[in-house]
Design a protein around this ligand. Structure first.
Ligand code: NAP
Ligand code: G4F
Length: 324
């Protein structure tokens, strides 16, 4: 039985990845940080699985990371933990950099010193392309990060390449474009829209405040994207891969798709708030996933309109429980 060590287990991707790994017969050692409120909603359904082991740890604690890897000797390490909200990274730049950049460095050092035969996945991001107008973006596109979050991800991405080349370690970085799901955090724009639409539909809310509706993103489904993470670590040679759908849509298009599906009028319920604009916007992300398809046979299954409907329907069910 293979052992996988996963950071960021309580997040959206951690929960889908853990399901996939358990299904494939792995033992999953899942690291969570201590929080004052219980934060395991996304993985509560896995707690009874005898191959799922939750352990406490934090990316800012080198000794703890070293001890955990020494104790569990994983075959695969997936580094998903991060302060992952771009706008929040302008408000907490130091914490974001501490976890995203320095946290990755600490985990890489623990990996190199305790289990260098393991394979390592790094959660890199399309945000690293920032305001570079070239598109579609692929593995060789210039990185021009436009937020503290993206700057920290670029540092971690470069560090992973450096450790791979310097020490011959099996480290792969997935440059993942935006991926969403019913488990997406409620402050990211897609989920904010689907949850608000569901609550408006049920009379639980009247207004939805949004920022820049013109930004375009390449949105896929998180369940498809964790398969790509796993595939990267099954390749003989480590490498970096863009994971995307190859389609881009504006926030306005996502909003319209959801409101139309819900039978709601955008003009009646949606208002623009300057407060929600960012100091520096990333105007357009569009990925070219052809390398991942050719090398690993990976292709996204869920398309834009299917994703919008899936998220809205799930939130309608959730909001329904609120209204009883
Ligand atoms: P998410 O839902 O925000 O989850 C982030 C996870 O990191 C949570 O489990 C969080 O724990 C944990 N975490 C934060 N700081 C930590 C620390 N200091 N020590 C240990 N754990 C910590 O993010 P996601 O959407 O699943 O994304 C997973 C990874 O992919 C992130 O690195 C993100 O930056 C990257 N990424 C995401 C996307 C996307 O579109 N989703 C695209 C590209 C890259 P708490 O529950 O305690 O907060
Ligand atoms: O949903 P978002 O907050 O995601 P963003 O900034 O693209 O970042 C996400 O994807 C990255 C991959 O490209 C990840 F690395 C990162 O961790 C995260 O998962 O915002 C999407 C767009 C932005 O252009 C934003 O300005 O939506 C725009 N937007 C408009 N109104 C809004 C809002 N974003 C948020 N969060 N909230 C709004 O009210």
């Amino acid at each position: 039985m293979k052992t996988a060590f996963v950071t960021g287990i309580t997040g959206q991707d951690g929960s889908y990845l853990a399901e996939l790994l358990l299904f494939k017969g792995y033992k999953v050692v899942a690291m969570k940080r201590r929080t004052s409120l219980i934060s395991t909603d996304r993985v509560n359904h896995l707690m009874e699985n005898e191959n799922f082991h939750m352990v406490y740890g934090n990316l800012n604690d080198s000794g703890c990371l070293h001890r955990l890897l020494l104790e569990h000797k994983p075959d695969e390490i997936y580094n998903l933990a991060a302060q992952s909200h771009v706008r929040v990274s302008f408000e907490t730049p130091e914490e974001t950099t501490e976890f995203v950049a320095m946290g990755t460095l600490r985990l890489l050092e623990a990996f190199r010193n305790t289990c260098p035969e393991a394979r390592f996945y790094q959660a890199s991001s399309s945000e690293m392309f920032g305001d570079n107008p070239e598109n579609p973006q692929n593995e060789t596109t210039r990185l021009t990060p436009a937020s503290p979050y993206a700057c920290a991800k670029v540092y971690a991405h470069n560090l992973c390449r450096n450790y791979r080349e310097s020490y011959g370690l099996h480290i792969s970085s997935g440059i993942l474009f935006n991926h969403e799901s019913p488990r997406r955090g409620e402050t990211f724009v897609t989920r904010k829209i689907t949850l608000a639409a569901a609550r408006i539909k049920l009379g639980l809310q009247d207004k939805l405040y949004l920022g820049n509706l013109d930004a375009k993103r390449d949105w896929g489904f998180a369940g498809d994207y964790v398969e790509a993470m796993w595939l990267m670590l099954q390749q003989d040679t480590p490498d970096d891969y863009v994971i995307a759908t190859g389609e881009t849509h504006s926030v306005k298009e996502f909003l319209d798709a959801v409101f139309e599906h819900a039978g709601l009028d955008v003009n009646e319920h949606v208002e623009i708030s300057e407060r929600l604009f960012r100091p520096h916007e990333v105007p357009l992300l569009l990925g070219d996933p052809s390398k991942a398809e050719q090398a690993m046979g990976w292709k996204p299954k869920v398309k834009f309109s299917g994703l919008a409907k899936m998220m809205y329907e799930s939130d309608l069910e959730l909001a329904g429980k609120e209204s009883v």
